[in-house]
Ligand binder design. Structure first.
Ligand code: RIB
Length: 310
């Protein structure tokens, strides 16, 4: 097996309700169903890459509590590497409160990162050999920033490709951004980070230019119903959204990132990887949940073949 993709990010337990509509402030709605399961953007992206057939190792931190056990049971059932699932003896495992509107398939989420927002410098040092030996490092914004910055410096010094999914949106110091090889915001995060409202191809190019001018090498913007955009600074492409029966869009961005880095790790270029990301994201919205909705490699290959002839 080649060098692994390392996903350095969050694990939280998703507590997901489904209801007709989403509550307004002060309103109580009766829901139709509830599910408890593995979530967190880092974990979801690692699961997506793993199911897509990549050699992936997740680094995250959980508490010594019942939700931490949910994580371990899930990874064992998936056959994922648990060597870098760090433990916090004092803090609780993170949680996400997710409300899904069963009519529109849209969601609202509050994340409390818990243990995975307390990754210490010692934890990072323990992971140094793993990071230095990675092909790709994939990060998001649900863990503590000081740990992220340390990990980025280790990866950069070792020549590891760094992919940052800046979700949820947060300010990124210019010095950190300039070290990123590929940034993968959605349209809302792109707007928050660049000030450019992204509603079409020209907007996406303008937002991407802001990132490129700040030193990022490649920009990918997932644009919901509009599809997915990528540029390497020379070529730009907006790939239309694939037509599927969407029942739950939660975790679609995570699926995209997992499928995207899997394809990069197999040596595909930015625009081919965009197609794998697009297909993985589209497939994930046809099933309920986050991690459980990540598609298999066979499903992704079929989608990519039928839609892109790859
Ligand atoms: O991107 C979806 C994820 O965001 C959910 O699994 C939830 O845990 C939040 O982190």
């Amino acid at each position: 097996m080649g060098k692994p993709i390392v996903v350095f990010g969050s694990f939280v337990v998703d507590l997901t309700s489904r209801s007709k509509g989403l509550p307004l402030p002060g309103q109580t709605l009766l829901g139709s169903s509830f599910k408890l399961g593995a979530g967190g953007k880092g974990s979801n992206q690692a699961v997506a890459a793993h199911r897509a057939g990549a050699n992936v190792t997740l680094v995250t931190k959980i508490g010594s509590d019942v939700f931490g056990q949910v994580a371990m049971d899930f990874y064992r059932a998936e056959g994922m590497n648990t060597d870098y699932i760090l433990r916090d003896s004092e803090r609780e495992t993170g949680v996400a409160l997710i409300m899904v509107d069963e009519q529109s398939a849209q969601n609202e989420i509050v994340v409390v990162s818990g243990a995975c927002a307390h990754i210490t410098p010692e934890d990072v040092e323990r992971c140094r050999p793993l990071i230095e030996g990675a092909s790709i490092l994939l990060l998001q914004h649900e863990i503590n920033f000081d740990a992220q910055y340390r990990v980025i410096d280790i990866a950069r010094a070792a020549g590891v490709k760094i992919v940052l999914n800046p979700a949820p949106a947060a300010e990124i110091p210019a010095e950190v951004l300039s070290k990123i090889d590929i940034v993968t915001p959605n349209e809302t995060e792109a707007q928050a980070l660049t000030g450019v409202e992204v509603g079409n191809l020209e907007d996406a190019k303008r937002a991407a230019k802001v990132f490129l001018d700040r030193g990022v090498k490649n920009v990918v913007i997932t644009m919901g119903a509009l599809g997915s955009f990528a540029t390497d600074g020379v070529r730009s492409e907006l790939l239309p959204r694939l037509n599927v029966n969407a029942i739950d869009t939660t975790g679609a961005g995570d699926a995209f990132n997992g499928g995207f880095v899997m394809a990069l790790s197999e040596g595909r270029d930015l625009f081919q990887a965009l197609r794998y990301g697009n297909a993985t994201g589209a497939l994930s919205v046809t099933k309920l949940g986050t991690a459980p909705s990540m598609p298999s490699r066979a499903e992704i290959d079929r989608m990519v073949r039928e839609n892109y002839g790859l």
